[in-house]
Ligand binder design. Sequence first.
Ligand SMILES: NC(=O)c1ccc[n+]([C@@H]2O[C@H](COP(=O)([O-])OP(=O)(O)OC[C@H]3O[C@@H](n4cnc5c(N)ncnc54)[C@H](OP(=O)(O)O)[C@@H]3O)[C@@H](O)[C@H]2O)c1
Length: 337
Amino acid sequence: MNYTNRRFLLNKRPLNMPTDDCWKLDEQQINSIINNEILIQVRYLSIDPYMRGRMNDGLSYAAPAKIGDPMTGETVGEVVESKSDLYKKGDIVCVHKGWQTYIKTKDTDPTIYKVPTSNIPMSAYLGVIGMPGRTAYFGLNRVGKPKKGETIVVSAASGAVGSVVGQLALMHGCKVIGIAGGPDKCKYVKDTLRFSDCIDYKSESFETELISSCSEGVDIYFENVGGPVTKAVVNLLNKNARVPICGFISQYNEKNMIEADTPFKILSKLKYKPKHRFFVVTEWMDEWANATKILSEYINNDQIRYEETIIDGFENAPEALRNVLTGKNFGKQIIKV
Ligand SMILES: NC(=O)c1ccc[n+]([C@@H]2O[C@H](COP(=O)([O-])OP(=O)(O)OC[C@H]3O[C@@H](n4cnc5c(N)ncnc54)[C@H](OP(=O)(O)O)[C@@H]3O)[C@@H](O)[C@H]2O)c1
């Protein structure tokens, strides 16, 4: 056995947009595994906005990545060596063990799960039916609690989470207004994802278009971005509105979070505050498998459509993260290893 594992190790903490020197690409030889271990050859690496937060050394709901450790991330790949009764050679698994091309791990690692054999490509287990899809499912259903006839606004609407939130809300009988950056993304959200409307927040007429689209106000604002977008939407919130706070990507590179335009800060200044809370998808970890099953059925019934931006080459992971933080991605950002 002789495998070369390439790993991106966290090298330093960024002050703003992460530069290449924030990581060190290193090589590690793997020559053996012991009993109850497996070796996974990674096929796809997920690139997600939360990774930017893990590069900071601040207080958060999750521990920061350590300098010198592999950068935090989830992957899907094939078991190529096994001394385990739980996983055999050829099994396709997801595992959350960082930016690496081979993962040697104990078979009892709680982040591993077997990808069921299906017609859905394995990359989707990192996106629409993986963590982002489940985030949409639980954030909307358990925090947003949509009702038929309500108006919901979803920011980062063409993205991995937002695209699923909107399509699920359509199934609940809601009027769904997306917000996205640029005409191409807005066209995709309206024509392919079938949202009721989608407004370009980069356009000069953003606020007037948003007001005219939300003629009956906003009952749910599914928050993904923070900043100026949030400031515009909160003016339209109805009595009894709910704001599930999923993330606030526009502020992730800010040096001082106290000063940043987070949704918490923006909502705290409102006279009438909507019901709002930050949620994390791990709150419903024991129901993940069921959510993935439901979302898979929606895909097979064409009730959920999705887009992935797959970049070839492990070495491009840092650039892909920057793309997510600047909106160059279209749908779920993935690296093909
Ligand atoms: N709470 C949880 O458990 C959980 C789990 C997963 C994700 N999240 C959060 O969900 C949000 C969406 O994540 P995702 O994985 O679905 O990513 P994504 O939407 O696929 O990609 C990020 C998108 O954010 C938008 N964006 C970037 N900078 C922006 C800015 N300054 N203003 C407005 N929009 C901006 C870009 O779209 P445009 O081109 O349209 O601007 C970009 O494509 C993030 O905030 C993430 O942290 C939370």
